[in-house]
Design a protein around this ligand. Sequence first.
Ligand SMILES: NC(=O)c1ccc[n+]([C@@H]2O[C@H](COP(=O)([O-])OP(=O)(O)OC[C@H]3O[C@@H](n4cnc5c(N)ncnc54)[C@H](OP(=O)(O)O)[C@@H]3O)[C@@H](O)[C@H]2O)c1
Length: 302
Amino acid sequence: MKLQGKRIVITGATGQVGLPVAKALAQTNEVWAAARFSNAAARNELEAAGVKCAVIDLATGDLAAIPDDVDACIHLAVSRSGDFDVDLTDNAEATGLLMQRCQNAGAFLYCSSTAVYEPKDHDAINERDPLGDNHRVMFPTYSIVKIATEAVARTCARLYNLPTVITRLNVPYGDNGGWPYFHVLMMQGGMDIPVHTNGPSVYNPIHEQDIIGAIPSLLGAASVPATIVNLAGDEEVSIEDWCAYLGDLTGLQPKIAPTDNTLESVATDNTKLRELGWKQTVTWRDGLRRMVESKFPDLLQG
Ligand SMILES: NC(=O)c1ccc[n+]([C@@H]2O[C@H](COP(=O)([O-])OP(=O)(O)OC[C@H]3O[C@@H](n4cnc5c(N)ncnc54)[C@H](OP(=O)(O)O)[C@@H]3O)[C@@H](O)[C@H]2O)c1
């Protein structure tokens, strides 16, 4: 879908992934950020970038502030309370209500996660691989609620004849943060960084710039029934390697601590994403350097 002059609603636009996406799309589109705006600074940053702000609450289902006639809805909001009842309401039920509200849109994107997959050792996981309770050890509700929300999105795509794409996002990171950002904070605090004993702990991190670059193709791929696409970078990188590199960049020492009590590897097969014409533009080392420059400029070693 060509994203120029479109009216686009983005939920979760105050969050890690949503903020840079909303700001980038607002350069050529009418973008509506839909959130509670619990973070006033994020609202200011969005408004300064020309984004319109609609106060909604997915928990209560108060979505009236979302405009009636939108071309696309990009649903990035997530609730991670750890309480199953709350998280099913705020994610699964809320996605149904949001799709009802945006049923006349040309495309709907629901951002899911590769946390929905059963671990597959170090093999690359594709969209037809088995699902499982991948993240239970760290985030008890997350995987099951993401799977439940995908099912709601699939149902509503058919119910409303609303072209839908479900993206399974791997490890998003960039100038606005992400998992490697938390690893730097852990290194600063002298904390252990857990990795799985079945090492190395491998993922396919994707820079925020490459998420933004994928959105037109992903919206263009939206269909009825819904289509599912892994959203991840081309390079397989382990936590061990990216923390070592963050150590080189910052002079901090990562304390890598192998344990069974953490997430296993989630490497992804990105054939479907590449078939949509997406190409990675930011290598992981370049992306991490940029993240340190943005978030920890005082730490960056010459
Ligand atoms: N970050 C990752 O490592 C990662 C990995 C894989 C997949 N994902 C997926 O990517 C998407 C974006 O994640 P993120 O990490 O950017 O999220 P995040 O930083 O935790 O932000 C969550 C967003 O959800 C909004 N939100 C939460 N409860 C809400 C409610 N009741 N009503 C309206 N909005 C609400 C928040 O806005 P307000 O507080 O202002 O309302 C905020 O904008 C999610 O679907 C997530 O599951 C993330």
